[in-house]
Design a protein. Sequence first.
Length: 229
Amino acid sequence: MCTITYIPTDNGYIVTQNRDESPLREKALFPIKDNVHNQSIIFPKDPEGSGSWFVTAKGGLTICVMNAVYHPDKTSADFKHSRGLVPLHFLEFSSSEHFVAEYDFKGIQGFTLIACSQESINEIHWDESKVKHTSFKPSPQIFQSDPLYNPVQKAKRKAWFKSWLSRNESVNILDFHKEQRSENLAESILMDRQFVRTVSITQRAFLSNSDKIQYAEVDNLKKFNKIYF
């Protein structure tokens, strides 16, 4: 599931995530406000797994998660807990390095976690046997779910991302996430394969003068629910 983009700005960053899921899955609850390990957080909550794919913490940290491994023959009961709890667990650790070194990954279905801030982007990939950690300096990035998009599709969508950035103001990145290509809905950024599709879009714009989180279901993209830290 999911397509994530990160856009640095002169005074912050914007991170946006399309959630690709079964349209039969129960709709998320937003906004959920909580305090975890002395950190104020806001996130959309998945009622089925009690976690989230997009967690924002006051001060600038955003943690996103997407699937990295898909097992059609298994159910959630076959794993220790939902991947959606991992972003909340990440808040227990002082850094991405600390998380990679100390977190108990065993028994969790494969995932890719993106922890981003104004200063850095950290990609942590768990393939159910080993962990790979990659750190990036702030620059435009697109991250895509392994089970949903093969290397050719990823390359094509990355090219769309670069082309869009060359023709548009990057602060309008939300428009990119709303793009649907009628000639191939299965590869679109706003994707639709009937049994799985983009069900919602979540965005955080962390800027010097504001910190806005907004969320919308795909069937009502003209009305984003907005909240500010």
